[in-house]
Design a protein around this ligand. Sequence first.
Ligand SMILES: Cc1ncc(COP(=O)(O)O)c(C=O)c1O
Length: 381
Amino acid sequence: MIPYGRQSISDADVEAVLAALRSDWLTQGPAVPAFEAAVAARCGAAYAVAVSNATAALHLACLALDLGPGDLVWTTPNTFVASANCARYCGADVDFVDIDPATLNLSVTALAEKFARAEAAGRLPKILIPVHFSGQPADLAEIADLARRHGCRVIEDASHAIGATYRDEPVGSGRYSDITVFSFHPVKIVTTGEGGMALTNDPELARRLARLRSHGITREAEEMDEASHGPWYYQQTELGYNYRLTDLQAALGLSQLRRLDEFLAARRRLADRYDRELACLPVRRLARRDDRQSAWHLYPVQVAAPRRQALFTQLREHGIGVQVHYIPVHLQPYYRRLGFAAGDFPAAEAYYAGAVSLPLYPDLDPAAQDKVVAALKDALR
Ligand SMILES: Cc1ncc(COP(=O)(O)O)c(C=O)c1O
């Protein structure tokens, strides 16, 4: 089976993990801050906090921005459930903003309309979580502008998008948001097995994220409410979690990060090739935008809804591990029980009805890609 996504692990990656395994540190040690510094430098952010996965990073990002019961978070329905669940972990309510059918990212038009309605109704969101779907940055400048005008904070869910650029700056620079979150799950651009990171330019947010990652415990005298008892002393100042990344994972992450440009080039080459090969087929491809470059985590296409089921089955039968990204989050039973229903976000639902993600990963060789294209052509004949 040609999978839809797959990690690329080199001998150097293996050596890096072995070196960490032979070192004094298995849990969070020197490799974690080194990995954080490397990602922050690559993205042009002042601070980075590595955590156990992007779901944890989103949770801590919401907590660091003081999200709590009674607050409201908006995100896109065309995402993985974690983009919305992070708000629920904090006891906050979730609502969604429909997508732009061309880019499949959050629609700025829908967002502006929703802000106007929310302002009139007196219930504005505290946090907006745009997702850079498939690796292509959302309309960050317009989103940031609308959010700022409505007193709303922004967390970029950039789980798909490390290495992507927007207006010549890396995603993660923090120009348009308070916190940016990356995922290092194996199908993503760079992997640490499980892993995630939260980037920010705000020193207070960075301190809070780091403290919440480790049980809400501090060893900093200025964060304590009494004089230190001695060098052993720590205080738990708030309720935190154990969301730490291990040094084994960070060592892999550091090694993978050195290969980021190689990964991006391979993914872009494959995406360009799909674009060319599929141009004559009855599939809708993602619209590209001139002012940004995708990291190409996914290669989603859309076929006429009645054809999707048979197409998916036929491709799987041919050993092509297609997937569907995403089942709109508001249609999940958990969210339906919170009051959402079919028809609430028609653009996300229409896209889902015809959605298929084709295999895309750095080690997908041209012959395997040819097989995918041939099977797709055959299925759509
Ligand atoms: C958009 C998005 N957000 C968040 C996550 C959660 O990432 P993780 O698996 O690292 O917790 C994912 C993972 O698939 C994702 O695709």
